[in-house]
Design a protein around this ligand. Structure first.
Ligand code: ATR
Length: 271
């Protein structure tokens, strides 16, 4: 019998996850399908009840449900518990287990380039759900110091307290006070750039020693990425995190290596 997977969220119509997973099914000849299912805020309980009815095999969770979904899980992986949000759920005969593949999906492109994190200073822009998984990742990899900057300063403070609770040295500053020369890693986890806005921070001091990672994948070349590229920084693209988290979710559900190249090909073709 064909197994059905889904991504739930709102908005969901532009999600690239169905293309990525369906390409993987095709590459490995799996009798599976993956759909986008819009569940508006406030309707999560009813939404997942209908997923149960159709015996969904597994699903991804995106904005705005990553945190609220936690209360509907029967079991929670250690990463998922640490981050306090889930993006991947498996269904084993009605038992929902929550995972979070955002953290390791984010780290994967850094590791693939053999860039060390231990002992390095990190600047994270943004304090939403994505920033939380990223901060947890840098704490896990023993970054020397994590600085968080955000438009709403209280949220940056709360996230820096979260980083401290994971054993990392952390602080927070206003966006206007950012001095990029203090950091090796500059991560954009805000939504600034989605609509082609200018970079959320000045880029003049970015140089070849920086690693600039923008988690926005559409557009692929945000202003921050373009300016950083001109200044010879090492660039990591948002689509790499998207693929990283998708490949890890795939491996949780199917227990085989994800066909990364097939997934990447369909994703880049979609841009
Ligand atoms: P996600 O789950 O993807 O992290 P989110 O929780 O909505 O999404 O977080 C969006 C982030 O982008 C927040 O850090 C937000 O800042 P606020 O906490 O002040 O809302 C940031 N952001 C969104 N629009 C912004 C803007 N115009 N300027 C600066 N930061 C912005």
């Amino acid at each position: 019998m064909v197994k059905t997977f889904a991504v739930i969220g709102d908005p969901i119509e532009h999600s690239l996850s169905p293309s990525i997973h369906n390409a993987a099914f095709k590459a490995l000849n799996l009798d599976c399908t993956y759909i986008a299912y819009r569940i508006p805020r406030g309707e999560l309980k009813e939404g997942i009840e209908s997923l149960r009815q159709i015996k969904i095999a597994g699903f991804n969770v995106t904005i705005p449900h990553k945190i609220e979904m936690m209360q509907y899980l029967d079991d929670i992986s250690p990463e998922c518990k640490m981050i306090g949000a889930t993006n991947t759920v498996s269904n084993d005969n009605g038992k929902f287990t929550g995972y979070n593949t955002d953290m390791d999906g984010f780290l994967e492109p850094i590791k693939k380039r053999n860039i060390g994190i231990s002992g390095e200073s990190v600047l994270v822009l943004g304090s939403g759900g994505a920033a939380r998984a990223i901060v947890a990742g840098f704490a896990k990899e023993k970054a020397k110091k994590i600085t968080i900057s955000n438009r709403t300063l209280q949220k940056a403070q709360a996230l820096s307290e979260f980083a401290s609770s994971l054993g990392a040295e952390a602080d927070y500053i206003k966006l206007q006070n950012v001095d990029v020369s203090k950091y090796k890693f500059v991560i954009n986890a805000t939504s600034v750039g989605l609509k082609n806005e200018p970079s959320p921070i000045p880029t003049g001091a970015i140089n070849a020693n920086h690693v600039v990672y923008d988690i926005i994948y559409m557009p692929m070349n945000t202003d921050l990425i373009q300016q950083s590229k001109k200044n010879s920084a090492t660039i990591i693209y948002g689509y790499e995190m998207l693929l990283g988290q998708a490949a890890l979710a795939f491996q949780i559900w199917h227990r085989v290596q994800a066909p990364y190249e097939a997934m990447k090909k369909v994703l880049l073709g979609g841009f």
